[in-house]
Ligand binder design. Structure first.
Ligand SMILES: Cc1ncc(COP(=O)(O)O)c(C=O)c1O
Length: 433
């Protein structure tokens, strides 16, 4: 088989998968070890065909997957690899650029800077920030906190109890201490309770992982300015919502941040992985990371994006983001974000109107936190039974010590019928104990 024929078969496979993914059980219906047990323990001695790979993909790999592309994936933060993003990944792999310095991939270095500028414009961010791409928000936050440590000499990272675990992990890795600040009754950091003594950075979250709460960024920016502390904003999920002007209330004060992370792979329809990190203090990131060995010294007077983060070899991630921004445009991004929010709002209304159910946190974006008016064990059993049935995939959190069910809308293929099917599945497991 030729590359052309195999390639056509692979694209056909991808198209069929996307057409049919809504018919598959969302959560993988396998036990640990099942997939491995069906695969040979040793690699082939002789070449096999790409057809064989596709066959095993169908027969062994797909049944062992949890389908993040399913329109009824409602766990964690639901995401979408859009079609332009998928195709651009194929092209990026074809080019296989390794952009450790500008000359090893001038176009990917410059396209990365351009797409970050475009995205900043779409999201209404300051026009003079420096942006680059890391793989994940975990790594973006490591980069930001390394710069904060360099710039301030502080040794404490201040964040709320609701901040993502990646903040504490980054602090630990950098030898910094984490100081957690309590939250108010809407799960927002209590700025009045934030002690900035010896702080290197405050990490404010816009769109926390549990409830999508929004920390009071303006008050935290004031406190950071007063104490000369770095302000990093984690808007990994909710930052994409700023493409819609009506959601920019959640952006207040973000223009005063020293750094900001938004994951394009969360809610900007870009395939995993693509985490966007902006800073208004690029010199601090360079001070933390720039280290040019002899073999990479050149006379080029151009920015090398590896000077802004931990990785030297950087793949061509901006190509997929560029493809998404071009093929969707501002209008296409807005309509998808608005539809996710509309569906979450609809679901929220069903929960509110149904006796025996309660909402457990304010809904800011496309995530609904709710619970049955029953014990934690019963709520946990509802999630387990819905997930085991394969009709929808839900996740949970714990708020004020109680087990809470989360339904996160975010996949671009999700329709009203999908949300309705999830609600029916939830009520059905309650009705049939
Ligand atoms: C608010 C927030 N920050 C950071 C992260 C970590 O993201 P990543 O998996 O890209 O490291 C998450 C993950 O869901 C998140 O919700």
């Amino acid at each position: 088989m030729s590359f052309r024929e195999d390639g056509a078969a692979a694209v056909e496979w991808a198209a069929r998968y996307l057409d049919g993914v809504g018919d598959l059980p969302v959560l993988a219906q396998v036990e640990p070890g099942d997939v491995r047990a069906r695969l040979p323990a040793s690699p082939p001695e002789q070449p096999e065909s790409f057809d064989d790979v596709l066959r095993d993909l169908d027969e062994i790999i797909v049944p062992g997957l949890t389908h993040w592309q399913s329109p009824r994936f409602f766990a964690y933060f639901a995401v979408s690899a859009s079609e332009p993003g998928i195709l651009a990944e194929l092209l990026a792999a074809t080019l296989n650029s390794v952009a450790f310095i500008w000359r090893t991939s001038p176009a990917s270095t410059e396209l990365e800077a351009l797409t970050l500028d475009w995205t900043a414009q779409l999201l209404g961010l300051p026009g003079d920030w420096h942006g680059h791409i890391e793989d994940t928000a975990s790594v973006s936050t490591i980069a930001a906190l390394a710069a904060a440590r360099e710039a301030t000499g502080g040794h404490v990272v201040v964040c709320s109890e609701e901040a993502h675990s990646s903040v504490e992990r980054a602090a630990r890795l950098l030898g910094l201490e984490t100081r957690k600040v309590p939250v108010d009754d809407a799960f927002r950091m209590r700025a009045d309770a934030a002690d900035l003594t010896d702080a290197a950075a405050v990490v404010a979250t816009v769109g926390t992982t549990s409830t999508t709460s929004v920390d009071p960024v303006p008050a935290l920016a004031d406190a950071c300015a007063e104490h000369d502390v770095w302000l990093h904003v984690d808007a990994a999920y909710a930052g994409s919502a700023w493409v819609c002007p009506e959601l920019r209330w959640s952006q207040e004060g973000v223009d005063r941040a020293d750094s900001l992370v938004v994951n394009a792979h969360k809610w900007l329809f870009t395939p995993m992985d693509c985490s966007l990190l902006w800073t208004r203090r690029p010199e601090a990131l360079r001070a933390a990371f720039s280290l040019v060995p002899e073999y990479l010294r050149t006379s080029d007077e151009a920015d090398s994006l590896s000077d802004y983060g931990p990785a030297l070899g950087r793949r061509f991630r901006s190509l997929k983001l560029w493809a998404v921004l071009r093929c969707y445009g501002r209008a296409g991004l807005q309509s998808r974000i608005r539809e996710a929010i509309r569906l979450a709002e609809l679901f929220e209304g069903w929960v509110r109107d149904e006796p025996g159910w309660e909402l457990a946190a304010p809904r800011n974006f496309s995530v609904v936190c709710f619970r049955r008016d029953a014990s934690d064990e019963e709520n946990e059993a509802i999630v387990d039974r819905v997930n085991a049935g394969g009709e929808a995939f839900l996740s949970h959190t714990r708020l004020n010590g109680r087990y809470v069910i989360r339904l996160a809308v975010g996949n671009e293929r999700t329709t009203e019928e999908d949300v309705r099917r999830a609600w029916d599945a939830i009520r059905q497991v309650v009705a049939v104990p």
